[in-house]
Design a protein around this ligand. Structure first.
Ligand SMILES: NC(=O)c1ccc[n+]([C@@H]2O[C@H](COP(=O)([O-])OP(=O)(O)OC[C@H]3O[C@@H](n4cnc5c(N)ncnc54)[C@H](OP(=O)(O)O)[C@@H]3O)[C@@H](O)[C@H]2O)c1
Length: 406
């Protein structure tokens, strides 16, 4: 792999997030050998012109095996932002495993991840090829947040927490058309895939053995006051993806926190009336939107076309620069509670996601011998662990932990 022409090919560079990844690599890692990939030469050239770059362009379509294999065989790592992944990602993952090329993506589509596990994990592990899903806001803050908090708790107390509850803190950002398209694609496929609701409801859908029986239940649906963190909590739209990734990480590591370890994720709001009313409004607003999107295909497409961003669109530079997020991880060990935090001062879904994806790929280029595990269908914490925490800290993300007092 070290003889490959490129270290990284950013495939999907003409899309909203792909272009941000290219810009990030240009600004912060200009010596890495990068090419951009896409299906349209003119659009790819436009990206290079906009970013004042002369990097090579590799043309490949998601459904054209010959062009895609040629792309995959030229690089050590494929960094893909071509989504919806369940629509465009299957051939690429298979070719990466065949050609011995590492792979990182931004998928939050659990059914896609489940399929790549079933089809490719064993061979990828045998061949030492890392297929790393969810290297964006879904699910790096959750996955590395739990990892970091547990390492801290273990170093302080000699044991791991038996429960970790992730609660969102202050957060500002937007959605791109590609993200909405991925949600719509998953909902559209439900009638042809009757097994999907069951898979999506399974808290252990992405465990190596999805029949694993543990103490985790369904994701939160209503508003609740939580004594442990002393705040109001509400359902979090990303919990169904993030919790499954965190549980897969735990299982792939051999259950170091114990088979009765509990992980939950929801939105957090301050205690008091103001916090309660915020939790209720967010729950009602999101519930209404999601209910309408789920209720009928026609309504879903009307809402998407009339109210939501289309593929290629997303938050403006100003919105990205003015975004921020904090996630809190309340970890219970005996009678004590520790609070881990992961935060950044740019918008989580795009500017920070571009950083997280690029730094994940760079772990496979620059730190391969230091990585905890190489080979298999992996999660970010299992594939990169402390190496990625440290890279992201150097890139401005904050990780911290302390004993929590309410
Ligand atoms: N995990 C996270 O936190 C996170 C954050 C952001 C995005 N995402 C995910 O990332 C994905 C991309 O989002 P986005 O907003 O950047 O989407 P986007 O702007 O619509 O970009 C999609 C990209 O896919 C390319 N593409 C489409 N069909 C193709 C084909 N047949 N062959 C090759 N390339 C093809 C498009 O090329 P053309 O320009 O030629 O159409 C474009 O480059 C989505 O699945 C989204 O859910 C996840």
């Amino acid at each position: 792999m070290s003889n490959r022409r490129f270290d990284i090919i950013v495939w999907g560079a003409t899309g909203f997030t792909g272009k941000l990844v290219v810009e990030y690599l240009r600004d912060y890692h200009p010596t890495v050998k990068v090419a951009i990939g896409g299906r349209n030469q003119t659009k790819c050239q436009q990206v290079l012109d906009d970013l004042n770059l002369d990097w090579p362009i590799i043309i490949a379509d998601a459904f054209d095996e010959v062009s895609l294999r040629t792309l995959v065989a030229q690089t050590s790592v494929v960094c893909t932002t071509v989504g919806p992944y369940s629509k465009y990602g299957h051939l690429l993952v298979g070719l990466c495993v065949e050609e011995g090329t590492h792979y990182c993506d931004l998928t939050g589509e659990s059914p896609f991840v489940r399929e790549t596990i079933d089809r490719h994990h064993a061979l990828a592990e045998e061949k030492g090829v890392s297929i790393v899903h969810a290297c964006g806001f879904d699910s790096i803050p959750s996955d590395l947040g739990v990892f970091y908090t547990q390492q801290y708790v273990q170093s302080e107390t000699g044991q791991y927490a038996t429960e970790v509850h992730a609660r969102t803190g202050k957060m500002k950002g937007g959605f791109s058309g590609g993200t909405i398209a991925s949600m719509v694609e998953m909902l559209d496929s439900l009638p042809e895939r009757p097994e999907l609701p069951r898979l999506l409801m399974n808290p252990y859908a992405l465990n190596p053995d999805p029949k694993f029986k543990g103490p985790d239940g369904a994701d939160q649906v209503g508003v609740r006051f939580e004594k442990l963190s002393n705040r109001w909590t509400a359902p979090f739209v990303m919990a169904p993806t993030n919790t499954r990734i965190v549980r897969r990480s735990h299982a792939l590591q051999g259950f170091p926190y114990g088979k009765s370890f509990v992980y939950t994720e929801s939105m957090g709001f301050p205690k008091g009336l103001k916090g309660w009313s915020m939790a209720v409004s967010v729950t009602l607003g999101m519930g209404t939107l999601i209910g309408a999107m789920v209720s009928s295909k026609w309504l879903r497409h009307q809402i998407w076309q009339r109210m939501l961003p289309q593929p290629g669109e997303g938050p403006s530079r100003e919105e990205r620069d003015n975004g921020y997020f904090t996630m809190h991880f309340f970890a219970k060990v005996g009678e004590q509670v520790y609070e881990g935090r992961v935060s950044d001062t740019i918008d989580p879904g795009y500017a920070c996601t571009a950083k997280m994806l690029a730094e994940s790929c760079l772990c496979l280029v620059e730190n391969r011998s230091e990585l905890p595990k190489v080979g298999g269908v992996l999660t970010p914490s299992v594939a990169f662990g402390e190496v990625l925490v440290s890279r992201l800290q150097q890139a401005g993300m904050k990780f911290s932990c302390r004993l929590y007092t309410t």
